[in-house]
Design a protein around this ligand. Structure first.
Ligand SMILES: NC(=O)C1=CN([C@@H]2O[C@H](COP(=O)(O)OP(=O)(O)OC[C@H]3O[C@@H](n4cnc5c(N)ncnc54)[C@H](O)[C@@H]3O)[C@@H](O)[C@H]2O)C=CC1
Ligand SMILES: O=C(O)CCC(=O)C(=O)O
Length: 414
């Protein structure tokens, strides 16, 4: 991390620029407007390359969903950026470490669309076990397949969940209501809900399951996790569901497993490369298979989920902007803060090197500025200290703060 001049943002709300991409629900705009933010640009699609850089060049807050890639390079071109809102669960589309080093907290909605994904997966389990994708495709072509062959009840069958977090547990609970037996694999030991059982490995789940459903985040360990070997390990005639992230499954290997008939069907909501908007073309080796249910990354796309996500993430951005709170930020020290009525609040983000807090306190004390409240949280790389002073903070307080070596960013809230 290199030293660079601190950004200093202390703007009235009507000069704070917010850019919302990817058709974020109007509930976010409503909340921002109600809170006094007027400069809001809403774009219905994901942007990339020069379009993205242009769109966010002057933005103080950026809202995205899963398709906009906020890489370190893109972030470098957004010098005024104060915080990012990921209006979804996954945050793998943001270089979280680069954002943190630039003093930019990233907020998401960790469970506003959980139920929506779980309901879709539950429906897909039944559809796949009954061979509906294939039968539906044949009828659309004028054919007729009234047959029970390969068609099974889900009752008594085994559902294998890979990644037993918020979504995985919900899917498990719902599946048990249909009479399924639930087994799961997770890198952590998880409390099994209902009669679910944690198995020691992915392989053990693949061995046991009639349907395997994936609910892991996109990480180095999960990318390519379901490869040719894993698919071969699945039970003959079993089914695969992926509503997690596209790169978790090797799509070519899946196509091969479907072609051979070893995997009887699949429901895939996420893809290694996804179109940026509804006007773009979709291509995948899976389009040729009638027994594959393809959906355009809509696991979390229900009115209920999107409306809640819009409000939840916008509220987090507003809270950070107005109050400084970083509670629930996914890449940042979390500082919970009371209201600061009658006080000025100085926010200081710095490299986590020894002595910064001592320097701040020395400088304030020698300038005779009384600190009325101080809140500090650090992680390995970054520290975030919030200082309340009574009344209006003197300019020199901000100057002292911003001048401290190691400062990444500082601003004042009145
Ligand atoms: N299709 C869609 O529209 C949506 C997709 N998602 C995706 O679903 C993912 C899961 O969401 P949540 O359940 O809310 O996340 P979560 O964080 O609550 O759960 C993820 C679970 O996966 C486990 N895990 C991580 N690495 C693993 C590995 N290598 N092997 C086995 N388990 C591993 C974690 O320990 C955790 O229990 C998100 O990260 C996101 O990528 C989320 C919402 C909507
Ligand atoms: O709805 C979206 O844009 C993305 C949903 C998703 O994948 C997530 O929440 O992680």
């Amino acid at each position: 991390m290199t030293d660079r001049p601190p950004g200093r943002v202390s703007l009235p709300k009507d000069r704070i620029r917010v850019v919302l991409l990817e058709g974020i629900h109007p509930s976010a705009l409503d909340l921002l407007r109600t809170e006094g933010y007027t400069q809001i640009a809403a774009v219905p699609r994901a942007l990339a390359g020069a379009d993205l850089v242009d769109a966010i060049a002057d933005a103080h807050f950026v809202g995205i969903r899963s398709r906009t890639q906020l890489t370190a390079e893109v972030l470098e071109h957004a010098p005024r950026l104060v915080a990012v809102g990921a209006f979804c669960i996954g945050t793998d589309q943001v270089d979280l470490a680069a954002a943190m080093r630039r003093g930019i907290p990233v907020f998401n909605a960790p469970f506003s669309n959980t139920r929506s994904v779980a309901e879709l997966v539950l429906a897909e389990i039944v559809m796949l076990m009954r061979g509906i994708p294939y039968k539906n495709a044949v009828l659309h072509r004028g054919g007729w397949v009234k047959s029970a062959e390969g068609s099974r009840e889900v009752r008594g069958k085994t559902l294998g969940i890979v990644g037993y977090g918020h979504i995985g547990t919900q899917v498990g609970v719902l599946a048990e209501h249909l009479g399924m037996q639930v087994v799961f694999a997770d890198i952590e030991t998880r409390l099994p809900l209902g009669n679910a059982r944690q198995l020691p490995s992915l392989a053990a789940v693949l061995d046991a399951a009639d349907v395997v459903t994936l609910h892991v985040p996109d990480t180095d360990a999960t990318r390519g996790m379901v490869d040719a070997a894993a698919l071969a390990r699945m039970r003959p005639g079993s089914h695969l569901i992926n509503a997690s992230r596209g790169k978790v499954v090797d799509i070519d290997a899946l196509a091969q497993a479907l072609r051979s008939g070893h995997v009887a069907g699949a429901a895939i909501d996420v893809f290694p490369a996804e179109p940026k908007g509804n006007d773009a073309r979709f291509a995948s080796p899976l389009v040729e298979f009638d027994n594959v249910l393809l959906t355009p990354h809509i696991g979390g796309s229900t009115q209920e989920a999107q409306e809640n996500i819009g409000r939840e993430v916008a509220a987090k951005l507003v809270r950070y902007s107005d109050n400084g709170s970083t509670v629930t930020a996914v890449n940042f020290p979390e500082v919970a803060l009371p209201e600061h009525t009658g006080r000025s609040r100085l926010l200081h983000i710095h490299r986590n090197v020894p002595g910064i807090l001592a320097r701040i306190n020395e400088r304030f004390s020698s300038a005779g500025i009384n600190i009325a409240g101080q809140y500090l949280r650090t992680n390995e790389e970054v520290g975030y200290v919030v200082i309340d002073v009574d009344g209006t903070a003197p300019q020199e307080a901000l100057d002292h703060l911003c001048g401290i070596p190691g400062t990444i960013r500082c601003r004042v809230l009145y």
